[in-house]
Each structure stands twice: as structure tokens, then as C-alpha cells.
Write a protein that binds this ligand. Sequence first.
Ligand SMILES: [Mn+2]
Length: 370
Amino acid sequence: MQRSLLFGSLSSQPFPLRAVLHSSLSFISCNSSRFIPTRSLSEGQPRGEEKIKRNIPLPESTVPEFGDIATFMRLPLTRHDPNGLDACFIGIPMDNGTSLRSGTRHGPRAVRNESSIIGPYSRITGAAPFESLQVGDIGDVPVNPYNLHKTVDNICELYKRVLRAGCTPLGIGGDHTLSLGVLRALREVKGQPLAMIHVDAHADVSDTMFGEKICHGTSFRRAVEEGLIDPKKAFQIGLRGGGYGPDDYDWPLEQGFHMFPAHDLWYKSLVPLMADIRRELGSTQPVYLTFDIDAIDPSYCPGTGTPEIAGLTTAQALEVIRGTRGLNIVSADVVEVNPLYDVSGGTAITAANLLFEILCSLPGVKYKQR
Ligand SMILES: [Mn+2]
């Protein structure tokens, strides 16, 4: 496929591939459910019928956008209950996997607050997600701020419940350790390793940090080792910044990852790249989309824990997300939003809009003629 990519391409892999680890390792499951379901607003309403009354964001004519409870886009809240929903937003307010600046535990609330400004229909693309899908906000994962491993288990538990209800979970992070819990749930429920589109300044494939196997810089090495993702169907977009040596990118390339560093994407539209990825993955392969807000340049999104200069533009971010339309996205998230480092709210506004665009790109969303 691709033009001049430094690290690799879909059609030619410049590095020798080692044995694929996931073929010889069983994936790790997580603990059983301990969540208490609450009443669903859509209970008793069969899905798939046109007369169904779908959830819509609270209209501004009812209460102004700055008012009422800040669920995501002011959707109905059904705590920990995905029943009857086609897609749901889930907050994951954690930062105890963070290596530098803490504060992403405040990300979900900030993103929900800023999401109030987003209208339910995309005037630009014609997407009408709330006329197509039943969507809600199911609150936050009950994270444990004193125990990262229990937090990962709790993410996995709630995500399994959501997936088994036939609902597509859309996560609001929270540090990137959360992907390990998400992927363990996806692997178990979907019954196969996932394809992955990972947008990030960092590859997050360290073996350990401070001797720890689980933290926000190790998620995707663990995911390969545990057989959660198919590394040959893993695409990392926006990579940059300093490291400790050339090994940082060698390991994922040896596994078969496709890496697209930011400097190869500067000044370019990402529409052709996404077309290549869609061709490679097709329309049925289950895909996990995870978007670390630090993929975007810190001039747009300073509110994050480990910023790196010369990143993607917000326009390129939209091209990536809109370019996933047609893929079988089975879960997605926007992570590493740290509002303590951005008093303007711009980072959270960006994250909220990216999540809305992800919703618009999900399978089953209708587009109107503009
Ligand atoms: Mn990350």
C-alpha cells in the first residue's frame, strides 16, 4: 500500500517476524460479575423496531446546555446496566497506571461536562446516530484507586456484561492501562484475538516500568503475550517522542505491528491511510479502536499526562475516526484526558467530539443526505 513509511507497510514487512506469541499462549480471563443492575430506561422495548422510542440527548430547549446532570451528551443514565442499548458510554476514572502526571481520574467527568455542547446530528457528515441506535451512559467502572490490578479486573467484568448484552462499549479514560481490561473482556466474549487501531504518541509496549508488568506503558505488550490482539492486524498511528533506545519500536515490529510515526503523517491527509486499513481489515473482523489523546499535538490538547510535540492535528484525528466507518468496531475509547493541565477545557472538548464521531462511525448508523 503505502507511501514512504519509515517503519513498515501493510504489503511489505521490512523486519523478520518472530514466532507469533498469541498462538501458544492462552488468554487471561478475569473475575466473575459483582455488579448490581439497575432499571433500564429502555426495558421492555424490543430493539430493531422503527416505533421504538430511542434515547436522545436532553434538548437544550428543556434545560440549557450548562444545566442538569452531565452524563455523556446528556443521555439517560442506567448505572452498570447495558440492557436494551446498542452502544453505551462508560467512564473509567483512573490514573494509578500513570508514569508522569497524574490526574486522568478526572477525565471522564470533564469529558462528560464538555460533551453537553455537542448536537445530536452531524451537519458535516450527515450521521444521525440517535435515530439509528439506542445509546445511553452507564456510568463509571467502579475503579479501585489503591489497587491497579483490581481496577483492571473491574473494567474487564463490566465490559463483559456490556458485550454479552449486545452493546458496544465506548470508554472515556482514564489512563491507558484500561485497555488491558477492555481487551481481556473482548477476547473472551468475541472468542478471537482482536484487530486494533491504536492512535497514540507512544507504542505502550514496554515490558515493565519500575519493575511492574501492568501500567499505562505496557498494555499492548501484555495484550500480545496474552493472545488478546492479533499483532499482524494492529495499527499504531501518531508515534513520536524520545525513548531509551531503538528497541522501543523493534519489539512491536517483530510481532507484526504496522507503525505509522507522526513525522511520516505531517501535512498529509490520513484518508488514504484509513482506506488502506479498511481494505486490510474488511467489514467483519472485530476491531478495537483506542485513541490516546496525546496522539494529538499538545497545542490542541495539552491536558494529558505525557505530552509530545509535533503530533496529529484535530483534523487528522477526525479523518482517522471517520475513516473507521465500514469496519466492525466492537469497542472504542478515548483515553489519557487530564483536565488538570488544561483549564480551557479544550482537551476534554476534543475528546468529547472524538467520542461522538466514533459513535457516528459505528456499524448501523444511518447517514442522511446533506
Ligand atoms: Mn497510550
